[in-house]
Every structure is written in structure tokens, then in C-alpha cells.
Design a protein around this ligand. Structure first.
Ligand SMILES: NC(=O)c1ccc[n+]([C@@H]2O[C@H](COP(=O)([O-])OP(=O)(O)OC[C@H]3O[C@@H](n4cnc5c(N)ncnc54)[C@H](OP(=O)(O)O)[C@@H]3O)[C@@H](O)[C@H]2O)c1
Length: 318
């Protein structure tokens, strides 16, 4: 079975830590369902794993990846990436991604817990389907569960090219929001407008309208701008920090304008099912930067690290 895996982390050159080769499939726990993976996608989470920052189970070789779509029996499916499921759905506390539980998905054949498979919408390619699990689920929860997005809201999305950011643009635009994006790159700003954003500005530039909702994935490089750009009573939702994790916060602005800041991470199975249904109903095509054969997964990881990508970096296993 071909797989992308880690043997020895490399903190300085994480992409170089990926190996691609034949592995024996790990024995599947009783009752788990086998999936022939057609495509997968990379996330910053994989980069942290390759750096050695995510300890996971510590077993080696460790198959990487939390995003996959493929065939289970006679069904085309997308894999829900989070274990364990929290039945109450309010908090995903202590939930981990499949690879951190020892079940990474960038392999030709994987096994997943029953109930972790959602039907692939017919309009999506395998790569588009594989884009959904981690980044799109995270964006869905940020917008709809945490920020309670409504039609007519103004949404500011920082760092337009990222997986979560491109997902937030597509979802918020389809939900009837006005979407403003920031990016350092003129090319990415153009592409964000094509995805449904109504305005695209340079990173740190004055927004045309204060935002009801800010989608924050960049961290210290944009956080001060996020608080400056939120209307009184608005909401900032944070799921990560590509530029670091120690941001400055003007507390006076926060309390005087009664701005709420929410943390958000991944999402529940119910949210994943709702996301896939929403994508199907609105015939949304997730932004895929590029798809490479699994053999070239290192180059895809390097592209993510260089900040060059617009949308998801996918790999094909067909
Ligand atoms: N909590 C969760 O469940 C969860 C799930 C998924 C991702 N995440 C986290 O969310 C973050 C985003 O991940 P991602 O994969 O969507 O995107 P990403 O590839 O990490 O990039 C996000 C964007 O950050 C912007 N950026 C990077 N450095 C910057 C800087 N110095 N100044 C301004 N902008 C900068 C870039 O935008 P421009 O080039 O357009 O300016 C880039 O497109 C990561 O920290 C990831 O770990 C968390």
C-alpha cells in the first residue's frame, strides 16, 4: 500500500521529512470501514507533525494526513477527520484529528470508524472533495456555529489564500454575506474576488466597511487589524496563527466596542454533514491550488510552507 509517512521529524525542513513508499496496512480496529483513497489534501497540521510538534501516538512509521475522499464498497465518500466524536456537539474539547490517533489518511487504503463517512456530492472532483474535511469544516464551524453568520453580515477574511480562508470566502458568500478579504498578494486578491469576495484589500489596509464577523487564521501579523476592523458588537473567530501565536490585543477597544473573540477548532460530525449538504445545495467548488501525484507530496508541502498556495494543496492516489 502506497502511503506518505513520517519516520524522523525535521523541525527546520519539515517537507523533507515526508517519505513515500509501500507500507503494510495497519490492522483496523473491529467494525472500522475500509476506504480506497482517491485523493487527499495537506494542512498546516501536517507541517506541525512533520516538525515533531504534534506527538500523536508516537508510533513510526506514522502515516500523515487528515483529509481524504475515496470509495468505500460501492459508495463515493468523504472522511470526517475528527476522533472521538462528542455526541453533544457543543464542544470538540480533547478531540484529535485521525492521524494523531494513529490513523493518518494519505495512503491508498485506510480504515476509519463507522459513521465517519459522508457521501461525496456528485459535482465535486476527488480533490475538491478531499479539500473539505479539515479546513472547510473549521471554516464552517467558525462562521455558522461560533459567529452565527446571517445573510447581509459583513465578513472580513484575513490572509485570503489559506485553506480555511478560501473556505470561509466560499461559504460566507453562498450564505449571502458581504465578504471582504485581505492578502499581501495582488494575485491572491484577484482570485478571492473570483471566489465571491466583494472587496479585496492589502494586508493591514483600511476596510471599506467594519465587519460583523472576522475570520482570523493568520495571527499576530493581522490580529491588531482584525480588532480595528470589527464593528461594535461584532465577533472575531480565531482558529490558528500561521504567523505565530502571541498576538497583541487592545483591551480598551475590545471592551469599549463590546467585541467578542471566540476560539474555534475543527468541528462535530453534525457540522461536517451540514457542511457537505451546504456545499452540495450551493454547488460550491472548493478552491484547489493544485493536485500532484502522491509521489510529489513533498513539493506540495514545500509550496504550503512558502505561502504560495491559493486554496488546498491536494494529492492524487488513483
Ligand atoms: N483549529 C483548527 O481546527 C484549524 C484547522 C485548520 C487550520 N488551522 C490553522 O489555521 C491557520 C491557517 O491555516 P491554512 O492552512 O488555512 O492557511 P495557511 O496556508 O497557513 O495560510 C494562511 C494565510 O496566512 C497569510 N499569512 C501568512 N503569513 C503572513 C504574514 N506574515 N502576514 C500576513 N499574512 C500572512 C497568507 O495570506 P496571504 O499570502 O494571502 O497574505 C496565507 O494565505 C494555521 O495556523 C492552521 O494551523 C486550525
Amino acid at each position: 500500500m502506497r502511503a506518505a509517512y513520517l519516520v524522523e521529524p525535521d523541525a527546520d525542513r519539515p517537507a523533507e521529512a515526508i517519505r513515500v513508499g509501500d507500507l503494510d496496512p495497519a490492522p483496523a480496529p473491529d467494525g472500522w470501514v475500509e476506504v480506497d483513497v482517491r485523493a487527499g489534501a495537506l494542512n498546516m497540521h501536517d507541517i506541525w507533525t512533520l516538525r515533531g510538534a504534534n506527538k500523536g501516538t508516537g508510533t513510526r512509521p506514522h502515516v500523515i494526513g487528515s483529509d481524504a475522499a475515496g470509495v468505500a464498497g460501492d459508495r463515493d465518500v468523504i472522511v470526517y477527520p475528527v476522533v472521538p466524536r462528542k455526541p453533544d456537539g457543543r464542544i470538540v474539547e480533547h478531540a484529535v484529528l485521525l492521524p494523531d490517533a494513529g490513523h493518518g489518511v494519505l495512503a491508498e487504503r485506510i480504515a476509519v470508524p463507522p459513521g465517519h463517512l459522508v457521501a461525496k456530492p456528485g459535482h465535486l472532483s476527488w480533490s475538491e472533495a478531499a479539500a473539505l474535511p479539515t479546513a472547510w469544516l473549521t471554516a464552517y464551524r467558525m462562521l455558522f456555529t461560533k459567529a452565527r453568520l446571517e445573510p447581509g453580515h459583513v465578513v472580513l477574511v484575513q490572509g485570503a489564500g489559506g485553506g480555511v480562508a478560501t473556505a470561509a470566502i466560499g461559504l460566507a458568500a453562498a450564505a449571502g454575506a458581504t465578504v471582504v478579504v485581505t492578502s499581501r498578494s495582488p494575485g491572491k486578491r484577484e482570485r478571492a474576488l473570483a471566489l465571491g469576495a466583494t472587496a479585496a484589500i492589502g494586508s493591514g489596509e483600511r476596510v471599506p466597511q467594519l465587519a460583523d464577523v472576522v475570520v482570523e487564521t493568520v495571527g499576530p501579523a493581522t490580529f491588531e487589524h482584525s480588532t480595528r476592523s470589527t464593528r461594535a458588537g461584532g465577533t472575531i473567530v480565531v482558529c490558528g496563527g500561521t504567523s505565530g501565536f502571541a498576538a497583541q490585543l487592545d483591551l480598551a477597544r475590545l471592551f469599549a466596542r463590546e467585541i467578542s473573540v471566540h476560539g474555534s477548532t475543527m468541528g462535530t460530525l453534525a457540522e461536517f454533514e451540514a457542511l457537505v449538504a451546504f456545499v452540495a445545495a450551493h454547488r460550491i467548488r472548493p478552491a484547489v491550488d493544485s493536485t500532484a501525484d502522491l509521489a510529489d507530496v513533498r513539493a506540495q508541502a514545500a509550496r504550503m510552507l512558502a505561502g504560495e498556495a491559493f486554496g488546498k494543496l491536494c494529492v492524487s492516489l488513483s
